[in-house]
Design a protein around this ligand. Structure first.
Ligand code: ZN
Length: 201
């Protein structure tokens, strides 16, 4: 990398922006320049929003979601079905399911998936809290909405074992043909999973 093109304050801004996911040094520089040009319209409100976020955002003690209230908006929403807990690895997955209006259940955020290679074991996830929640009398189904990766499926199997003596149905998301997907473009693993998990038409 060549030398600095701006004073240390601007370099610092670029360095911090470059730490955001999806932004390399080049896009960080572009973002910094954009913010500086839009100082009033963008940078000032962004600064305020970040300040409010630092002060107000908390992790929900019940489900692990992040929100400005604790318990979070979803946990306290009376329209949510208390019999269903949807288990996700990360808040990003929760947000994705909410965007899709995929469930009326409540959530449980594990914080990660089990990954022996990265040294992430059961004690690093909120599995104990999930087992406790699953034993609450109103809970009847645990939906494992985990990634269709080796780590995601290892985590699903581990949780299923842990929930064996809880009086709940444990389900997981189907694997198969994506909406709008063409068979010819699918990998063999997806195709054979879709064939195994075929449903009555
Ligand atoms: Zn919550």
């Amino acid at each position: 990398m060549s030398g600095s093109v701006a004073g240390p304050e601007i370099e610092r801004l670029i360095q911090l922006l470059a730490r955001l996911p999806g932004l390399g040094p080049r896009s960080a520089r572009r973002a910094a320049l954009h913010l500086i040009k839009k100082r009033e319209a963008l940078m000032a409100p962004l600064t305020t929003a970040l300040q409010v976020a630092i002060e107000k955002i908390e992790v929900c003690h019940t489900c692990g979601n992040i929100d400005t209230q604790n318990p979070c908006t979803i946990c306290t929403d009376p329209r949510r079905d208390p019999s269903i807990i949807v288990v996700v690895a990360d808040v990003a997955d929760l947000w994705a399911l909410e965007r899709a209006h995929a469930t009326q259940g409540r959530y449980h955020v594990l914080g990660a998936t089990l990954s022996p290679l990265d040294g992430i074991g059961p004690q690093d996830l909120t599995i104990d809290a999930l087992v406790t929640r699953a034993r609450e009398p109103q809970v009847s189904e645990i939906i494992l909405a985990l990634n269709a990766t080796v780590d995601g499926q290892t985590t699903a199997h581990y949780i299923t074992d842990m929930l064996q003596d809880a009086d709940v149905k444990v389900t997981r998301l189907a694997h198969g043909v994506p909406v709008g997907g063409e068979l010819d473009y699918l990998d063999e693993g997806t195709l054979s999973a879709a064939m195994r998990q075929r449903t009555l038409f």
